[in-house]
Unconditional design. Sequence first.
Length: 491
Amino acid sequence: MLLHSLIKQLSQDDFLAFTHFLARRNRRSDTKNIRLAHLLREDPLPDRPDLIIYKKQARNAYHALCKRLFDALIDFTAARSFETESSQELDVFKYLLAARIFYENQQDLAARKVLLRAQQMAQEIDLYSGLSEIYHTKIQYAHRHSDLELAQCIKDFNNNKAQHHKEEQLNMAYATLKQRLSNGDHFSQPLDRLIRDVFERYQISIDQSLSFKALFQLLEIINTLAHQSHDFYGALPLIAQIEDVIHSRVTHSSKHLYYRIHILYFLANAYFRSRQFSQSEVYIDRLQDAIALENGRYYKRFRESALLLKALHLNYTGQGLKAITLLENHSAQKLPLTPDLTLALGVFYVQQHQCKQALGVLRLLQHSPKWYLKKEGVDWLIKKELITLIIHLELEHIDLVESLLRSFKRNYTAHIAQESRLKIFLDLFTSLFQSPQIIDDTRFRESVRLQFQSFQKTQVDLFLLSFYSWLVAKTQKVSVYKTTMGLLQRD
């Protein structure tokens, strides 16, 4: 049920705001929309919700109530959006509409003043669609202003039209790359070549003419491609090129804040995944500063993302206990531990040989694998299943490990076949599980060492590196965390 899914996705703060929104709109005390909203938060949804709400069979009334609640949710979502990141765009069109009304009422001086304000705001945020309407209005009423040069207005309109076209070309390139991602055919050529081929097809150049929104879109797709192909090194030349453009464009700390925060996150993440920790730390600090701007306007939205990067950076630069403390303090404040934060904390605990604590944390992930596959993706789910296997093996839950291992191999057959590193890890893990005494076998220990050295370690995902570090540490009977740090230092 679509409405059930939408209500479930609301954060606790947003849901509370939604119920207050409904209460303000309700004119009768017996309106059942708030009761239905609470009911739709339940998982799974009861079989006959109409019986619960109406105390009798009332399917038609229930469906009508659902429709009204859905309409209210649309209104709430739009209003909530207007209060946050969309307010600048909304203000542009609000001023534009006011100017047109003033012109229709022969208030030319007021109209021109308001239209100029709309133009300045639209230019500040590179809102080409809004500028198109603004210039159209200026041209339409140019004859009412003797000092207004029509030729300049037309020139501005055409220049903006060219910029708008460039933005549309980028949108088509963005869609093309997204489609290739979903089709899984992005592994057929090097990452940077794939992106440059698509850019050439749509005649896109990474230069000063790109808006902040365009730069954000470029970084988003590059990060997504790099994540799926596990090749952030291949993406770095393009990322660095975009970074140069960004540095030359930044003039005001709060300008384009929403997109700037996203850009800082992508840069911090890309450099972290590429093991360039010093550069990553610079952007993590800038990200934390940026989400505090404008009275923390975007703080809640980006808080957990910034926290995850900070914790990962601490952990993989030799400050593992600080990383754990950071996440524990976040949880102690009753703030949400997202799936990414939960998984990270579980891995950190295992690296410190605190497997009982790790198991307790992972038990917070109570949704079904299907739910996590949809929300977090298959790579995340595989990592979650692997760390779960390691934890149960360390805790000697032998029967459970056997069941989980069999299930994992059955559910991820295709991924195991495609990803050689995953297959090798599973083969070694299976040998260790089936014959624990093999840990003292010189040939097995040498096999673990050689298999790890055969990888291009700089391209191995850090979590997968952590899992291999656990294997190496297991065979050498040393600290998992120290082994991980040692392997990173030899990269």
